[in-house]
Design a protein around this ligand. Structure first.
Ligand code: NAI
Length: 342
């Protein structure tokens, strides 16, 4: 009998429960070995437990060290802090892994197969910001501090090189802005070059590119890249750009990985405009579940899941509305499950 793997399941807000149900149906059909502990967070956490990240949810992830998470709603401006950011901090999930692969051919860019590795905890996203008042203008000056540490750079770069080599990739591109932010992103480039010389030279290719040129090149000729690794802010922007190359956020999975836990999710949000209507595309969360299977050493099941998604979209031509199709979440899921059982 297969050993069961304990994992935390957070259905999340908006379309979360719908796409989580679809994903569970596919994982069941696949015979995936997860033993779920269902927990709440986000708006659902506030409604039920008056806390967007209840202690029981944190305890569950502390125990399982593995989670599949639906999108969590975060109020803009005021309100509570993003539960996603709190989860990253609580479990020191330093690596954000965002693969982008063409699944539906015939779009603006075909045959895309890229991975963006983003540093998740440091840089300009640490929240050290303030305003300075001058005369009667309380917002006369805005200031932000970015912090990148040698240890943080080493963590993420080592992760990127190891991941690239383990998955048979050819090249790692270091994305920086060391010509202007000489210290803040210079440390990242310098650490990468040292690490490459000492540890990875001869095992994989490496090059460096300035972030603005990288954005242009990704649009003109994305096929020249393979794995991109970069600091927090640049990674946030480039990973959405790369998701756009393969048809948008509905197709983009993400993994947040740390030394002590790993949390898998769709990149998109809770889509309140279509919540409860049965229209949501579950593909991004399904692909996140495939990454989770890879993570626990069940790449056999991950490959079967990816192949079944591919066949459902491209052979059966069953697609949700965001991809120009007519299927709802349920019909898409039924077609996928039939593929998995066939
Ligand atoms: P969103 O990604 O939820 O929606 C943007 C647009 O894409 C909407 O028109 C939506 O209908 C569509 N869409 C998104 N996912 C889809 C899917 N699977 N199938 C079909 N259409 C889909 O972004 P938005 O509206 O900016 O954010 C809504 C909420 O989600 C906010 O509270 C935000 O904070 C939260 N959010 C949570 C994330 C997470 O938990 N990882 C990530 C991004 C946003």
């Amino acid at each position: 009998m297969t050993t069961r793997i304990p994992a935390t399941l957070i259905p999340g807000d908006g379309i979360g429960p719908e796409i989580v149900d679809a994903t569970l149906a596919a994982l069941d059909a696949l015979g995936a070995p997860f033993e779920w502990d269902t927990q709440i967070a986000g708006l659902e956490g506030v409604k039920v437990a008056n806390d967007p990240l209840p202690p029981a949810t944190l305890d569950s992830i502390r125990r399982t060290r593995l989670a599949l998470k639906g999108p969590l709603e975060t109020p803009s401006g005021g309100g509570y802090r993003s539960s996603n950011v709190r989860l990253r901090e609580a479990f020191q999930l330093y690596a954000n892994l965002r693969p982008a692969r063409t699944l539906v051919p015939g779009g603006r860019f075909d045959n895309i197969d890229l991975v963006v590795v983003r540093e998740n905890l440091e840089g300009l996203y640490i929240g050290h910001e303030h305003y300075v008042q001058i005369d009667d203008d309380p917002h006369a000056v805005a200031m932000a501090t970015g912090i990148n540490t040698r240890a943080g750079c080493r963590h993420i770069l080592d992760f990127a090189f190891r991941h690239a080599i383990a998955t048979g990739r050819k090249k790692v591109t270091i994305v920086h802005k060391a010509n202007i932010m000489k210290a803040l992103t210079g440390i990242f480039k310098e650490t990468a070059e040292q690490m490459y010389e000492q540890t990875y030279k001869g095992r994989i290719a490496m090059d460096t590119v300035i972030v603005d040129a990288c954005a242009m090149k990704l649009v003109l000729d994305p096929w020249q890249f393979d794995v991109l690794v970069t600091t927090n802010l640049f990674g946030d922007i480039l990973s959405d750009l790369v998701a756009g190359l393969v048809g948008g956020l509905g197709m983009a999975p993400g993994a947040n990985i740390g030394a002590d836990a790993a949390i898998f999710e769709a990149v998109h949000g809770s889509a309140p405009d279509i919540a409860g209507l049965g229209k949501a595309n579950p593909t991004a969360l399904l692909l996140a579940a495939a990454m989770m299977l890879d993570h626990v050493g069940r790449s056999d099941l991950a490959t079967r899941l990816r192949q079944a998604i591919d066949a459902t979209l491209n052979v059966d031509q069953v697609r949700t509305g965001d991809l120009g199709g007519r299927a709802g979440t349920r019909a898409f899921t039924q077609a996928l499950v039939a593929r998995l059982q066939g």
